[in-house]
Design a protein around this ligand. Structure first.
Ligand SMILES: O=C(O)CCC(=O)C(=O)O
Ligand SMILES: [Fe+2]
Length: 247
């Protein structure tokens, strides 16, 4: 339960919509720290983290860097043609293992989950993300979302419209949210970051990191590491005991 809320909110596993599961506090502090370190490394390059420019000229308030496949509105490619043209960093095997553990904890079975791309988003205090569908993937495998740092309001809607019905969920540091099955193509967004709620234990005092893992369905594996390039430095060593269910 939250300590500060007038009406305390239960922080329990919750199925927000069919196939959309929120697992609060899924990532332990050590794993959060490792992931923050890895994100700092990915943010430096080979493709630097940047504010994505939309086809209508709008600039996203969120900053993004990708692994495995580079996402730009509205397609995936192996090179960051809208940034510096560099090949995207590889999607590491340890992150795929975290993804399988996440799906298994959400649904009871990992279903052979094989994510080959990740979008790493950084939200400064004023950043937000409008309601959208993740639909550039040619796969209906679930999206695995990990949040670290400042909490946020995550709005999870329906597959038909940007508007109601939707459910607002508070995602805090370490929370896992998985959306698949009938919810895989539901609209979702982040209307608000709750500044001042950061996670010093994870090394992220302010701002919010969100990492979504996806299967692109495009084939060709997890990216450059498959073809000989080196993995980004700073990738954490996962302890052998982890991941396991924290439910
Ligand atoms: O930041 C989040 O929680 C959601 C991010 C998201 O929807 C996306 O990257 O497509
Ligand atoms: Fe999304």
């Amino acid at each position: 339960m939250t300590e500060d809320a007038l009406f305390p909110v239960e922080r329990r596993r919750q199925e927000v919509a069919p196939g959309a599961v929120h697992l609060p506090g899924w990532l332990p502090a050590e794993r959060r720290r490792e992931l923050v370190e890895a994100c700092r490394s990915w943010a430096r390059g080979p493709v630097p983290m940047r504010h994505t420019v939309l086809p209508n000229g709008g600039v996203m308030s969120v900053q993004t860097v990708c692994l495995g496949w580079h996402w730009q509105p509205y397609r995936y490619s192996r090179t960051a043609d809208d940034v510096n043209g560099a090949p995207v960093a590889a999607f590491p095997e340890w992150l795929a293992e975290w993804g399988r553990a996440a799906v298994a904890d959400a649904y009871g079975d990992d279903g052979g989950y094989a994510p080959d791309t990740a979008l790493v988003n950084f939200y400064g205090g004023a950043a937000r993300m409008g309601m959208h569908q993740d639909k550039e993937e040619r796969s209906s495998a679930p999206v695995v979302s990990l949040s670290i740092g400042d909490a946020c309001v995550f709005r999870f809607g329906n597959t038909e419209t940007r508007g109601r019905p939707y459910t607002d969920v508070e995602l805090r540091s370490g929370d896992l949210f998985v959306f698949g099955g009938p919810s895989r193509f539901a609209y979702h967004g982040v209307p608000k970051v709750l500044t001042g709620t950061g996670d010093p234990a994870a090394g992220l005092d302010s701002g919010r990191l969100n990492i979504t893992l996806r299967e692109t369905g495009l084939g060709g594996g997890r990216g450059p590491a498959q073809t000989g390039a080196t993995a980004p430095t700073g990738a954490p060593q996962r302890s052998r005991e982890w991941p396991k269910s924290t439910r």
